[in-house]
Design a protein around this ligand. Structure first.
Ligand code: GRF
Length: 210
């Protein structure tokens, strides 16, 4: 049984997609052990509580230094004994010590087809504003392993979504969530929970035959 800890900062629609997929049996051999947020007002925390999932809030703002936050944050993560850590709209920089300790056991959902529209400054609506400004005809979402860079780790799953005439950034964001994010994030967790994923020479490999 894969112990999953989900890190959130906002509305939690990706968390909800994972909760629903686990509860419906679309994701097997996994359980959400806990949800951690840096934002006590995050609706994602309410989603967790409604489903009886342990949740806690820990923010850099509560600490005198970032190093102190990083230490206490990692302690909170370790206490939940995660096999997999899922970043679902988590807006705090992951401490390097945590990336090292949980190498290839942290995944992130990003609302673009990496390597497009990713990296520093590309998050939330900014991603979709940039896509519309560039005039791309296809966007999408990516699940990738987290390394020391920003959106640079091994890509595990991607799903494309068509841009439609007249799309606003908000409309495009919603379509990418509905048609891509909420599908590939649970799928990624299910693949990992069922031993079908390996990282080899810096590339994520899916072993569907397993
Ligand atoms: C999503 O668009 C996700 O791709 C990005 O942050 C947003 C989180 O939304 N990383 P939610 O909190 O899951 O609704």
């Amino acid at each position: 049984m894969l112990n999953v800890v989900v890190l959130v900062s906002g509305g939690g629609t990706n968390l909800q997609a994972v909760i629903d997929a686990v509860e419906s049996g679309r994701v097997t051999n996994a359980r959400i052990r806990g949800v951690i947020s840096n934002n006590k007002g995050a609706y994602a925390l309410e989603r967790a509580q409604k489903h009886g999932i342990d949740s806690l809030c820990i923010s850099p703002k509560e600490f005198g230094t970032r190093d102190e936050f990083n230490r206490r944050f990692l302690e909170a993560i370790d206490a939940m004994k995660p096999d997999l850590i899922v970043l679902a709209g988590f807006l705090v920089v992951i401490p390097p010590a945590m990336i090292e300790k949980y190498r290839n056991r942290i995944i992130n959902i990003h609302p673009s087809l990496i390597p497009s529209f990713c990296g520093t400054g590309y998050y939330g609506l900014k991603v979709h504003e940039a896509a519309l400004a560039r005039g791309v005809k296809v966007v999408g979402a990516t699940v990738h392993f987290v390394d020391e860079g920003t959106d640079t780790g091994p890509i595990l799953l991607q799903k494309a979504v068509e841009v439609q005439a007249g799309d606003t950034p908000q409309a495009l964001q919603r379509r990418v969530m509905e048609q891509a994010e909420w599908k590939i994030l649970p799928k990624a967790i299910d693949l990992i929970a069922n031993g079908k994923v390996a990282v080899e020479d810096g590339l994520a490999v899916i072993k569907e035959d397993k």
